[in-house]
Design a protein around this ligand. Structure first.
Ligand SMILES: *Cc1c(COP(=O)(O)O)cnc(C)c1O
Length: 495
């Protein structure tokens, strides 16, 4: 299987090359040239496998220039340290409602599902493409990606990693998780601005051909661990397939019965993975796109107009505080039957006007598959309280957005609510919901939540409280490139 750019301006490449490059040279995103199908027979086989077995099987359908053995080994190592034997367990919340918990990895957010695996795929990709360049991973993060990427890539031979996060856009715990990061090949820096500023800055660096040549002369090549990298998306398809298998195995659905999926959405990566699972043949009824107060996607799905010209809000679900959701580009490309020119036109309009309007056929096909809703911070508080008091389940603010929107929009008898973070990652909001008292945004609230709910904070989160801070730099958004240059020179000895 080959990968093509969503903007149609590049030669098709192998999976490993798509993963290595991160983004296509025409500015588009690499997308599989066709979507492999899961037959009923294969689905039955997957139902009998464990999570790692399911993952190796799904990955092998997409990553055809990796051997089965390489994939099996990578998957086993990637998920070895998860604190739950099922890796992505389903928890029954209520009649016909299941939470798909994706936060059992080392950073307690769903990004681990992909970012624990990506370094293995990346180092194999370096070997397969015969290069000996050092790969420098460049990340813009709204909070969780940065830490998950740092944990995944720390001290991985042949790589360095640089993370930029918005100074005022991450929680105290998220910041501390990043600024205390260990490893010799890592660099973390705050940016004056919001997530979109950081992401735009990073995208500009990726598109800077002169800078690429300058780095090439130093034996360094940039790549991305943001969800624009196909290697981030493909591991996420797995848990939708796996969750469906778990529902079949528990007798909740029979093979072929559809389930709705509600996804707390930011950059549109997680829900796009659900879209691919659906296109592969997993019986998904509707994809419910749940947004916080930054509800650009709610309006887009309901009206066909993507309009990022609106105020940006900092919310209690910071990993979803995004106005430009990169992976929508892949959706447009898929829905339009791989119309690269059309997709490029929309993206150009988005860049110049901050806005575009979908052609009626595209809008219609999107409406058939997606539903969308949003929840503001007050509704999130109400939802967290409801889930704890009525259903006995502790919900983080991101998951609460999906849970609230699911309650409004789920049509199928069975609904999956995707849970993307441990409630302990956002103690302040969770405590506020349970106690009605405002809480300081601080890293020391774990104990209070532990006592109140008689649950235990995940160990990796407790560890950051006492860890030593290594990175306290802040930079202007215009200065990202010089920060990158400086760090790369320090890693390569200025060669
Ligand atoms: C990244 C993230 C999201 C949003 O996922 P996308 O793939 O960007 O849509 C939601 N919740 C949490 C906790 C996250 O870290």
């Amino acid at each position: 299987m080959l990968y093509v750019s969503t903007r149609g301006g590049c030669e098709p490449v192998t999976a490993s090359k798509a993963i290595l490059e991160g983004i296509a040279s025409d500015g588009g995103l690499y997308t599989p040239s066709e979507i492999p199908k899961i037959s009923e027979e294969l689905l039955k086989k997957l139902c009998k496998a464990d999570y790692c077995g399911r993952a190796a099987e799904i990955l092998s359908l997409f990553l055809t220039d990796y051997t089965r053995e390489e994939l099996e080994r990578s998957v086993k190592s990637a998920y070895a340290d998860f604190d739950h034997p099922e890796k992505a367990p389903l928890v029954k919340l209520d009649e016909g409602k299941y939470v798909l918990e994706l936060f059992h990895g080392p950073t307690c957010a769903f990004k681990d599902m992909a970012l624990q695996l990506l370094p293995y795929l990346m180092t194999l990709a370096i070997r397969k493409n015969g290069g000996d360049d050092r790969i420098c991973i460049l990340v813009a993060t709204s909070g969780d990606t940065g830490k998950a990427a740092l944990e995944g890539f720390k001290d991985v031979e042949g790589t360095s990693i640089i993370v930029f996060y918005p100074r005022d856009g991450v929680s105290a715990v998220q910041r501390r998780q990043m600024t205390t990061q260990k490893g010799e090949n890592v660099f973390v820096c705050a940016v004056k601005g919001n997530f979109d500023d950081a992401q735009t800055g990073v995208k500009t660096i990726f598109g800077d051909a002169d800078f690429a040549s300058e780095l090439a002369a130093k034996g360094v090549r940039l790549s991305s661990a943001n969800s624009i990298n196909w290697g981030r998306l493909v591991p996420q398809i797995v848990y939708y397939v796996s969750a469906y298998c778990d529902l079949v195995n528990s007798g909740e659905v029979e093979i072929g019965e559809t389930v709705d999926v509600s996804v707390p959405t930011g950059n549109f990566g997680d829900i796009l993975a659900a879209f691919y699972a659906m296109r592969m043949g997993v019986p998904i009824g509707r994809l419910i796109c749940a947004s916080n107060k930054n509800n650009v996607l709610t309006d887009f799905i309901n009206t066909g107009v993507y309009d990022s010209n609106r105020p940006f809000f900092l919310t209690s679900s910071p990993s979803m505080d995004i106005l430009i959701s990169s992976n929508v580009e892949r959706l447009l490309f898929e829905l339009s039957g791989h119309d690269g020119e059309g997709t490029a036109r929309y993206m150009k309009a988005l860049k110049s006007e901050g806005k575009y309007t979908l052609a009626p056929e595209l809008f219609a096909s999107m409406k058939e598959i997606f539903a969308a809703g949003c929840a503001d911070d007050d509704e999130v508080i109400t939802e967290i309280r409801h889930n704890k008091l009525e259903l006995g389940y502790l919900t983080d603010p991101h998951t609460a957005v999906a849970s609230k929107v699911a309650r409004e929009l789920c049509g199928d008898p069975v609904c999956l609510i995707v849970s993307t973070a441990s409630p302990y990652k956002f103690c302040g909001t969770v405590l506020k919901a349970l106690t009605n008292e405002d809480q300081p945004d601080s890293v020391t609230l774990f104990e209070k939540l532990e006592t109140l709910t008689d649950t235990a904070a995940p160990k990796p989160l407790k560890d950051v409280v006492n860890a030593k801070e290594r990175f306290n730099g802040v930079t202007e958004k215009s200065e990202l490139k010089s920060e990158v240059r400086r760090f790369i020179d320090s890693q390569t000895g200025g060669r």
